[in-house]
Structures are given as structure tokens and as C-alpha cells.
Ligand binder design. Structure first.
Ligand SMILES: Cc1cc2nc3c(=O)[nH]c(=O)nc-3n(C[C@H](O)[C@H](O)[C@H](O)COP(=O)(O)O)c2cc1C
Length: 270
């Protein structure tokens, strides 16, 4: 196996930062400089390469030539605060579809979210067909009904949702969205849902910067995460994959004019 680390000794300062920041603790400072002591333990996060002050270190799992220098300064706190606070769930969408390139752009940004041991590994399915989304909502309603029969602790809530969906004919499940993103992960990936939660947060924050609104499709997502077979079949989820997340997206029909408040911060410093 080719050595993971490649050190240019003429540039290396032996400063040891690469060893200090390596999340897997596989870089050791030896007499001769940094040495990788467990090649297979490298999670290809790229930290060692990105932090090296002289560009002396390369890593064949995350080559220097694929990295780009940081040029944009960190956001000032007022801008960051207002930006984060202004993200809102969007549930009313215009008829116009968001082009595939724009959805890919949003999902590409979501790839920079943290994932357990840099596992990444999310696979996305984008549905841009209202009729299919309607079927997805129907399947979710059928799943809720089964959950109620099974005595789910969410029965009361599901009953209300079903009443709204079926009797009042309001699409509280899929919000009449024309487009949805499903996230899949390998069935054995125990952190698939957590990875999606991080990724979706990035997607939801980035989307408004390109004019797109999003909302986590919680009912649909839970139905998918539970592995409900009719949903798996409709989406043609491969046997070795599982649904870990679902999100509605589209161009917002309306614009929020105010920033809202949240619950009082509950924190205990010890
Ligand atoms: C796990 C999760 C599931 C959610 N499920 C739904 C859902 O099924 N339908 C919906 O309209 N909003 C859903 N939301 C959005 C929340 O209702 C929303 O974040 C909350 O009301 C706060 O509003 P904001 O996102 O605009 O700040 C979900 C959010 C999360 C984090």
C-alpha cells in the first residue's frame, strides 16, 4: 500500500501541528519528523494537509492539489447571528421548479457538514414530480394509520395529522411541494441519520442564499427511517440502503419580514 503521508523534508519544520490535530491520532513525531503509524486509520479528513504551515505535508487520501486556500474571512458575529436567525422553514412554494443544477449546488454544500469519522456516504434522490410526492404523502398517511393501530405513543398527534390530511384535505404531510430530496445511507451505517441531520442543516442554511426554501419533511422522513416497505418500494431504495432523511424544497411563495424569538436559553455552567 502506498504510504498515506508524503513529507517534503526540505520544507518540514518539525513543528508537530499535523500530529497534534490529527483526529485519529495516527501521526507521530519521530526523530525524523512526522510519521503515519497506522495507515488504515486515516479518515481522509484533510486536516493534516490543510494545517501544515509550509505545505510540506501531503496525504494521498486527500491530496493537497485538491485543496484550495482559505480566502474569505470568517463572518463577523452580527452577520452570522442575523444569517443563522433568519433561516426559516418554507412550506408554501411557487409552481416553478428549482433546476437540478441548483439543487446539486445546495447538496454539494451540504457535503461539507460534519459526518461521523468523516464517513459522508449520503446518496440523494431528488423527486420533481408532484404526482409522486402526492403518493409519498399518501403512503406516509397509511403508515401513520398503522402506527396508530399498533398503539404508537404518537397516536394522538398522528390522528390530528390524518384528520387534517384526509378530512380537511390539507396537505400537512408534504405541503403540496413540487420537489423533495431524500437522503439514503448504507443500511449498516449507524450514523446515517445523524450525518443527514448535519447535512440538512447546511442545506437549509445555504438554500436561501440561492433563493430556495426548504423544510424537513418530518412525517415522511420518520416513515422512511422506520423502513416502511411501501415507501422503500415507491422510491426504489436498493436493499443495502436505507432512507435517513427527507426534505421539501422549492422557490418560496412568500417572504418572512421579521426575525422570531426562541425559548429562553436554558444552560447550566458548571
Ligand atoms: C426533525 C424535524 C422534523 C420536522 N418535520 C416537519 C414536518 O413534517 N413538516 C413541517 O412543516 N415542518 C417540519 N419541521 C420544521 C419545524 O416545524 C420548524 O423547524 C419549526 O417550526 C421552527 O420553524 P423554523 O424552521 O421556521 O425556524 C421539522 C423540523 C425538524 C428539525
Amino acid at each position: 500500500m502506498k504510504c498515506v503521508l508524503n513529507i517534503d523534508k526540505s520544507k518540514c519544520l518539525n513543528c508537530g501541528i499535523c500530529a497534534e490535530i490529527c483526529p485519529s491520532c495516527i501521526i507521530e513525531m519521530q526523530e525524523d519528523g512526522p510519521v503515519c503509524v497506522w495507515e488504515r486509520g486515516c479518515m481522509a479528513c484533510g486536516h493534516c494537509v490543510a494545517i501544515c504551515p509550509t505545505g510540506a505535508l501531503d496525504n494521498n487520501q486527500c491530496p493537497r492539489e485538491e485543496q484550495i486556500p482559505v480566502t474569505v474571512p470568517t463572518l463577523d458575529s452580527t452577520t452570522a447571528y442575523e444569517f443563522l436567525r433568519s433561516r426559516r422553514s418554507v412550506r408554501c412554494f411557487r409552481d416553478e421548479l428549482v433546476p437540478e443544477e441548483k439543487i446539486s449546488e445546495i447538496l454539494s454544500v451540504a457535503q461539507y457538514a460534519p459526518t461521523a469519522a468523516n464517513s459522508q456516504g449520503l446518496y440523494y434522490i431528488v423527486i420533481s414530480d408532484s404526482a409522486v410526492i402526492h403518493k409519498i404523502a399518501d403512503i406516509t398517511a397509511a403508515w401513520m394509520e398503522e402506527e396508530i393501530i399498533k398503539g404508537s405513543s404518537s397516536s394522538r398527534y398522528f390522528n390530528n395529522v390524518l384528520h387534517t390530511y384526509r378530512e380537511r384535505k390539507i396537505d400537512i404531510i408534504a405541503r403540496n411541494a413540487h420537489q423533495m430530496v431524500f437522503a439514503l445511507a448504507r443500511r449498516l451505517n449507524v450514523t446515517g441519520i445523524s450525518n443527514w441531520e448535519q447535512a440538512s442543516a447546511y442545506a437549509e442554511l445555504y438554500a436561501p442564499t440561492v433563493g430556495v426554501g426548504t423544510t424537513i419533511a418530518g412525517f415522511i422522513q420518520t416513515c422512511g427511517q422506520e423502513g416502511y416497505q411501501p415507501m422503500r418500494e415507491l422510491l426504489a431504495v436498493p436493499t443495502k440502503q436505507k432512507i435517513v432523511g427527507a426534505m421539501m424544497l422549492g422557490y418560496p411563495k412568500y417572504k418572512y419580514r421579521n426575525l422570531v424569538t426562541r425559548q429562553h436559553l436554558k444552560v447550566e455552567f458548571r
